[in-house]
Design a binder for this molecule. Structure first.
Ligand SMILES: Nc1nc2c(c(=O)[nH]1)N[C@H]1C(S)=C(S)[C@@H](COP(=O)(O)O)O[C@H]1N2
Ligand SMILES: [Mo]
Length: 375
């Protein structure tokens, strides 16, 4: 099942996860009321629109869940095994206890599904503390052999894919798999996490162990991880090479070059999650995401006016989501628009929706989304 195809499917998924409206709406101050966005459907029971932005950490039971194959049965932590195979000097089989006795690392990491999108108010995003052990350290122990090029991470979940290869289509049962280049896999902050916000990893989020790749889109964070395979060729599995592929047309001279890339590092993004009112004072709250590059600013334009800087939340850290607020007053009754724009310290500026016209697939929707509301 794809959790991100239709709104109905998403709602069903969230309902199945027991998410209730009250859990999705942010806490309000005395006298503060949420102004609904007029360009979004009215929130329905079970919908998490907008994401709960006033809680800097997203609680485990309200964190969105996306999976493409049926959720695998619960894995007994006592019998859990992680295999490391392929081009390594020391193939390994590790228990959860083996993983837990290695040095612990933790990071606050926020991520979104790269299918997160504006017409739904960007609900597929969350921010949590993940703890576990370093992937680079484990790979060094296993000892990649010369020629090692890709590290493939497989989940316990499987689905049947129809494969065409010249003859009649064939059905093949496959595990969910995603790969990192050996260089990326050796970056220091990537971890095998067995804890989420100080709790044992919840089942919907990949218990007992998932991969967490800070600064990447959600799809990189393989859940129910039980196998790491090192190989000398590129891994072209469904979620690397057929799905989660972004197609962009680029003008090169008088020709259009079509570039298809696998969804990977997070593209600079910001979005307004809600607008509230306290008397005549208005406040917009939103989130930004980066690939780990520090933010320089998030700027806000109301009703198409001049860009004004938002206030960045002091709790923001390198890989967390980057919350921001913008306060203003003097708005007249009627329809209004608001939009945010993120800029990072390398000078990268979040694209406009117009800049993204050459992008033909729905992944990596990081455009400057305009929200509408009425006061
Ligand atoms: N094993 C496995 N891992 C997976 C997936 C999956 O289908 N199977 N979905 C990926 C996608 S597309 C996303 S967006 C994230 C979502 O993580 P979450 O469910 O903890 O929010 O998990 C990723 N890891
Ligand atoms: Mo995703």
């Amino acid at each position: 099942m794809s959790g991100i195809v239709t709104r109905r499917e998403m709602l069903q998924e969230l309902l199945a996860a027991g998410v209730v409206l009250s859990a999705g709406w942010p806490v309000l101050a005395q006298g503060e009321e949420v102004i609904p966005f007029t360009d979004l459907p009215a929130p329905q029971p079970g919908a998490r629109v907008p994401p709960s932005l006033t809680n800097f950490m997203t609680a485990n039971d309200t964190f969105f869940a996306v999976q493409h194959y049926p959720v695998p049965p619960q894995i007994d932590p006592a019998s859990y095994k992680l295999r490391i195979t392929g081009l390594v000097e020391h193939p390994m089989e590790l228990t959860l206890a083996d993983l837990k006795k290695r040095p612990r690392v933790d990071h606050i990491v926020g991520f979104e599904c790269s299918g997160n999108n504006n017409p739904r108010g960007n609900p597929l995003v969350g921010n949590a503390t993940w703890a576990g052990t370093s992937v680079a350290r484990l790979l060094k122990e296993a000892g990649p052999r010369p020629g090692a090029r890709e590290v493939v991470f497989f989940g316990a979940d499987t689905g049947t894919e129809e494969i065409t290869h010249g003859g009649a289509p064939e059905k093949v049962e496959q595990h969910f798999g995603r790969a990192l280049s050996i260089d990326d896999a050796m970056l220091p902050d990537i971890m095998l996490a067995d804890e989420m916000n100080g709790q044992p990893m919840p089942h919907p989020h990949g218990a007992p162990v998932r991969l967490v790749v800070p600064g990447w889109y959600g799809v990189a964070n393989v859940k129910w991880l039980n196998h790491i395979h090192v190989q000398d060729t590129r891994f072209m599995g469904r979620f690397m090479a057929r799905d989660y592929v972004t197609l962009r047309g680029q003008q090169v001279g008088d020709a259009t070059v079509w570039n298809e890339t696998s969804v990977g590092r997070t593209r600079l993004k910001s979005a307004i999650g809600r607008v509230t009112r306290t008397g005549t004072a208005l406040k917009a709250t939103g989130f930004a995401l980066t690939d780990g590059t520090a933010l320089k600013s998030v700027d806000i334009s109301v009703d198409g006016g001049a860009w004004k800087p938002a206030v960045l939340d002091k709790r923001n850290s390198r890989y967390s989501w980057q919350l921001f607020t913008y306060d203003w007053s003097g708005a007249q009754p009627g329809e209004h628009t608001i939009v945010s724009r993120a800029t990072d310290v390398k000078g990268e500026v979040q694209p406009t929706e117009d800049d993204l016209k050459g992008k033909k697939t729905r992944w990596e929707n990081n455009g400057q989304f305009v929200r509408k509301f009425k006061i």
